[in-house]
Design a protein around this ligand. Structure first.
Ligand code: XIL
Length: 642
């Protein structure tokens, strides 16, 4: 019935030399300067269009200023959500990713501040976070910088700053929003879905991923999509009986139009479920009474029937229940409100109803850390019990939120092997590979060695999955490209880069790890790509600031091989003289420690023939002055500034 396990495959595919040459040329193209769509310096004595969100007062002030002498003061706040707000509907175009920067300061005390967007469609407000809680106080200006992509039609769109708990006066200054046009997607590289064809390879998506270049990248490489949030309960039934598919339908329609499969995520979860679901007829939180249990299971049944019926056969797989296991409980069951009110019956009901409402669909139980033996074994016991009872479970979903150094292939293989006797399908449902190995780490840009480690992790894990053809029926990544990943704010706020394509949609070493491992060099943790750095250096560097705005700038750097020996890899170092910080870099990978910056080549621009050049670009922040670095070194040896 089941196909025998495949023996290990060689993933390497031969790329014609011409293809490689084209990739190098395309990636090294000159970067366009960022386009500024908004600046507010409050130097003209006005509020420059900013207003309050309610009755709080917004005025121009010279009490404090970040740059110049003026800033914006907000007084008379009576709730923490009140703060300065600006209409940006005319400035922000759908599908474009904006970098937004605001300086914030409190009049007294300390709190957290955040930057958000309020958008209204059909009279209904939705809120998107641009920068999460960031410590602010009265002693200094704090910068909030984040990225935002509008993905829906809106009647109104407003940027605003709020605090988390206090309501004291606050100031903002030097607001800027700009975007760097995304690079065209690389059309001359192999499509992931053609290289890995043992099972559909998918990506989790939000509204922004089906537009313009993102949509092209999705269509080129992926055979399946999972709406990342749009099918969760808070999106599909925000109020009892009020079903909405406004978020999910565009994503599902995109998939249909492109012949892609859809994974339905998720019918039942303890997160992103509105409070009304767990509120009893008396208006109180539900408890373990027969009445509350009947009401809760009734709501569950109604929800599953409605949502499943809306999509019919379009959704071939449902994550019926998500994250129900807690390995620290003797019975292995998470103490969610679902469990405390309804016990195991909520899981039984969910599968029974899903089978009735979507008889064609494969029904999955999905969870994280399923490679951890304790968790894995509790999940196994639960599925074994439910199947023995006749509960219609077709498959086990392994989320696979992992990182560059965890877990091992052996542990992951043991995870897959564990479920073989249960006669269930297995899917990898939410894979991403964080560049961080602990919560204390934070890099301004992904270091080269982490990106290489990540490439090895992707290479080894996907190679393992491919050996389980017939057992594993889908592998989905939790995102499309590094410009939109949930790991930017989980478990802490910092820029992560866990996917196969970078923030400008270009293939990373991780992509090559899956598609053509011969391009990422040695088999284990060596941080330098193959070939090694040139022993003696004959080079020159051009460093050009191509755009500059309040607090931010973009630079292009070109390094030229002026010697007679070809380079197979390179690493360029310099010191920033005025506290500049790299925020984001493309066509290379950067590490910054204090003022010292090192940029290593990307997978595709390490080879530089005599007389040839490689280029990279970056976005940075600055205050005061922004001088170009005085000197450079290439792989440790001085390199002349041209
Ligand atoms: C995440 C989404 O990606 C975020 O946008 C959202 O804010 C929180 O949820 N496990 C899951 C997914 O099953 O639903 C989660 O998705 C990531 C962890």
């Amino acid at each position: 019935m089941r196909a025998p396990l495949r023996t290990i495959l060689s993933l390497a595919i031969a790329l014609p030399a011409a293809t490689v040459a084209m990739m190098t040329t395309a990636s090294a193209a000159e970067e366009p300067a960022p386009t500024t769509v908004l600046t507010n310096d409050f130097e003209d004595g006005t509020t420059q269009g900013w207003t309050g969100r309610a009755a709080e007062r917004v005025t121009h002030t010279t009490t404090v200023a970040h740059g110049g002498t003026g800033s914006l003061a907000v007084t008379g706040r009576t709730a923490s959500w009140q703060g300065p707000s600006l209409d940006v509907r005319a400035e922000f175009v759908q599908g474009t990713s904006y970098t937004i920067s605001v300086w914030v300061r409190l009049a007294e005390g300390s709190d957290n501040a955040r930057l958000s967007v309020e958008r209204r469609t059909g009279g209904v407000a939705s809120y998107d976070q641009v920068v999460g809680d960031t410590a602010v106080d009265s002693g200094r200006w704090v910068n909030l910088t984040g990225r935002y992509t509008l993905a829906t039609d809106v009647e109104s769109l407003r940027l605003y700053v709020e605090t988390s708990s206090t309501t004291g006066d606050l100031f903002i200054d030097d607001v800027a929003a700009s975007y760097v046009p995304v690079l065209p997607i690389q059309t001359d590289i192999p499509s992931l879905k053609d290289v890995v064809d043992e099972f559909p390879v998918g990506a989790a998506i939000t509204g922004a991923e089906i537009l313009t270049e993102h949509g092209q990248l999705l269509g080129k490489h992926f055979a399946s999509v999972t709406p990342g949030n749009a099918l969760k309960w808070d999106a599909t039934e925000p109020a009892e009986g009020a079903f909405s598919y406004a978020q999910a339908d565009p994503l599902v329609n995109f998939a249909k139009a492109h012949g892609m499969a859809v994974r339905g995520h998720t019918l039942v979860w303890h997160n992103q479920t509105p409070a009304w679901v767990f509120t009893g007829a008396d208006g109180e939180p539900m408890t373990a009474t027969a009445g509350d249990k009947a009401l809760l299971l009734g709501r569950l049944e109604n929800h599953i029937r409605e949502v499943a019926a809306h999509y019919g056969t379009t959704i071939g797989v449902w994550d019926v229940v998500n994250e129900v296991v807690d390995e620290n409980q003797t019975d292995g069951l998470r103490r969610s409100t679902w469990y405390t009110v309804a016990g195991l019956d909520y899981i039984r009901t969910a599968f029974r109803v899903a089978r009735e409402a979507a008889p064609h669909a494969k029904l999955f139980i999905n969870d994280y850390n399923t490679n951890v033996p304790a968790k894995r074994d509790k999940l196994y016991a639960l599925v074994a019990q439910l199947k023995a009872e006749g509960v219609p479970i077709d498959g086990v979903g392994h989320q696979m939120h992992v990182n560059v150094s965890w877990p091992t292939v052996a542990e992951t293989r043991a995870m897959l092997d564990k479920f073989l006797p249960l006669d269930v399908e297995q899917q990898i449902t939410e894979m991403d590979v964080s560049i961080y190995t602990g919560e204390g780490e934070s890099f301004p840009a992904p270091p080269a060695d982490r990106l290489l480690q990540q490439a090895y992790m992707y290479r080894d894990m996907v190679a393992l999955f491919r050996q389980y053809e017939g057992e594993i029926t889908s592998v989905t990544l939790w995102g499309l490209a590094d410009d939109n990943t949930w790991l930017d704010t989980f478990p802490v706020t910092r820029k992560d880069a866990p996917l196969l394509f970078d923030t400008r949609l270009q293939a990373k070493p991780a992509y090559w790890g899956v598609v053509d491992p011969s391009r990422i060099g040695a088999t284990t943790g060596s941080p330098t790509p193959t070939g090694g750095a040139p022993a003696t250096t004959a080079c020159s560097v051009t460093y050009r600031i191509t755009g500059s705005w309040q607090g931010g700038f973009q630079a292009d750097v070109r390094v030229t091989n002026t010697g007679t020996t070809a380079w197979t890899s390179w690493s360029l170092g310099w010191q920033f003289g005025a506290g500049q910080q790299i925020a984001q870099l493309w066509n290379g990978s950067a590490a910054q420690s204090g003022t010292a910056v090192t940029v290593a080549n990307a997978a595709w621009n390490g080879s530089v023939a005599p007389g040839a050049s490689a280029s990279f670009g970056f976005l940075g922040s600055w205050t005061g002055t922004n001088p170009a670095p005085a000197s450079f070194s290439l792989s440790g040896t001085a390199c002349a500034a041209a």
